[in-house]
Structures are given as C-alpha cells and as structure tokens.
Write a protein that binds this ligand. Sequence first.
Ligand code: AMP
Length: 420
Amino acid sequence: MQKIDNYSFANKKAIVRVDFNVPLDKKTFVVTDETRIRGALKTINRIIGNGGAAILMSHLGRPDGKVQEKYSLKHVVPAIEKNLGIKIKFAPDCIGEEAQKLASELKSGEVLLLENLRYYEEEEGKVYSLPEDATDEQKKEAKAKLKESQKTFLKKLASFADCYVNDAFGTAHRAHASTSLIVQHFPNDSMFGYLIESELMAMDKVLHSNEKPLTAIMGGAKVSDKILLIENLLNRVDNLIIGGGMTYTFIKAQGGKIGKSLCEEDKLELALELLKKAKEKGVKVYLPVDAINADAFDANANTQSLKIDQTPDGWMGLDIAAETIKIFSDVIENSKTILWNGPMGVFEMEKFSKGTTAIALAVAKATEKGAYSLVGGGDSVAAVNKLNLADKISYVSTGGGAMLEYMEGKELPGIKAIRG
Ligand code: AMP
C-alpha cells in the first residue's frame, strides 16, 4: 500500500475515485452544497501539484445503470472549477473512445472528470435492466453476464492511469468497480486520498482511545439501525448516552409509559439485553429522565415537559428536556473522548431542537477543554453545521453509512482492497 504523501505523481496519471454525489438544485442543476467537492481538493491538488494529472471518477444519484441527464456529472463541473481555480476537462462517457482520447492527451497539472460511473450497471455490479417477472434462471444468467462485462469495464477504466487513489469515503462500504475491484489493476500503485486517510485516523482514534472517559452519544430514530454499533461500542466506552427516538424502546422495555412515542415493539427484549450487557461490561448507560412531549408530530404541536416514563396517552416524546440536558452535558463535558451519532430529538423542528443544540454545544465545550470529538451520521453533522460548530469539533465525518459500518467493526471493501 502506498501513501499519498510519499508517492511521486510526476508525469503520472492518477485515476481518483471521489465522492461528488452532491445535491443539485432541481431546476438549475447548480450544486447546492459543495462540501464534498471541497473535501477532495487536497488530494487533487497534491496530484497535480506534484506534476501528475488527475482523472476523477464518481457517481451522482441513482441512475440505476441508465444514462439520465439529471444525474450527469457535467452539472458539477463549474463548482469543481471554482473550487480548484482551474479549468477542467469533461468526458461525456466514463469509458469509450472519447474518454480514452481525453485521458491519453491529459497533461501534467490537468484534471479530467469522467461522466457518472453508475450510468453503467457494471459499476455497482447490479442488474437493473431485467423485467420484474424474470425467472431465477434469467437473473442468474444476467448476473453472470454482468460479472464478465464488469471485467472489461474495469480494464478500460484502469487503462487510463498509472495509479489509483480512493478518496470516496461515503462509498467505501460498497464493493463497487471503482471503489474496490479496480485495485487489482494497480497492485503496487493504490492508495487512499487525504479524506479517507483522515476519516480512518479519526475513527481509529476513537475506537482505540486510551483517553478516558470515552463517551458515546447515540441518538436518531431507531434502535434497529444502531444495534451493531452499540454492541461494538459496549466493548470500548465508559459512558453510553442514549437519546432521540430510540429512547422509548428502552423506556417501554423497562415498564415506562411512552404514549405514542416512537417504539420498536420487536426490539424490547433486545433493549433489555443491551442494558444487561452494558452493566456486565461496566458501561454506564444514561437514558433521558425527562422529555418534551407533543400532542402531534407537528412543528406547532402543543408541548409539555414531563418525566420520561410518564408520557400520557396520545402524546409523544420529541426531544430531551432540561434535566436530561443537564445530566448529559455534565457527562460529556467531563469526557476525554467523544463519539456522537444521531440527534437527541426531532431537531428539524425548532420546538424540538433544543436538546440536540445543547448536546452539540456540550461536545464543543468538551473539545475546547482538550477532549477529542468525532461527530458522524448525516443528521448530527447537519445539526453541527446548522449551529456553525463544525470547527469546534475535532472531526466531523463525511460518510454516514460508511462510518457506521466501520465503527460497527465491519471491514469496508473500499478500505480492505487497499489496506489488505
Ligand atoms: P437517524 O437517521 O437514525 O440518525 O435518525 C434521525 C432522525 O431521527 C431525525 O430525522 C429526527 O427527526 C428523528 N428523531 C429524533 N428523535 C426523535 C423522536 N423522539 N421521535 C421521532 N423521531 C425522532
């Protein structure tokens, strides 16, 4: 495995898997959030600044193996040019003659962007084009055929370059052509870009931290999405703070009244099991003690603050309340390492955003006092950004699903392919 910092790109072409799956305005197709483009700049600049040329490849949206104008990466070109400060070239097909020509003519210091990889079924290795009533035999046949054509697809992509850089953390948990399979064509010339390097460093720092107490804050809607993460963290953390919708499965499992709060009836036993495991492992679990209850899932609902296990019939808990905020903030501010994944309430609605805001502020405060903090998962990241606190957190992860899987202890195909 090569390191991007040590690798010489002089007179070489690097094919770089970036994550330019950015949101576009539905009418104008202008990029509405350039975070992911900015995230790739350091890697691209290192390659071209070192005398190399960069061939960028990405997916955008879910075109399901078909060419669809609205998912064209050409829409992203102006935003890349603005951020890089140079003009770039665009190949209107990620493989084929024109891409081949543009790639072979690319000079040191230049950048070429290839069209959406997912216009081809070969990228995901998933057959989209079969009729719904296809027989198992037909499905098997189509899959085998696709596997063969995927080899040609990979060969073509790999032929453009001398080395491969993966900097698309958001898709590192997928075993796709451009994220993991392509590595076999660059056995001695594959490496991570700076974004993946820093994501790995941040996650490893938390998972293997000796800076105690280590506190994990879990929020969001469902326990079922976070079971594996919680289980893996129980082996590592000192404190486990639970908030958000998943709270109520734990509260009901312990005999509390939860009204019509979110609850996964089939996970009640599991919730008790997790609490038992935590106790056995000496992990302190903090569940909310009070909540902001609402009489409807609505931004203008009537609200009242009540004890967590006394939600009246017809009401639901949509945020943590004052006493909980105080207890959670104390634990967080006395921690040395912090992982936060998932909001404490329905933070999209102003009335139910105070808990998430308070937790974000507590994490920022702890960080200021010297703790290491990692925030990941789409919604907690959105909350941190909304509050302009990103630069007060040690690391804000860019990959929701990928981060979750890595923290669960799974091997990500895009990481394993390079790291081995
Ligand atoms: P997740 O994607 O699992 O992190 O869940 C995030 C979603 O959980 C957000 O859209 C929140 O609005 C929602 N959420 C957080 N707390 C609650 C709650 N008490 N009841 C219902 N939804 C919630």
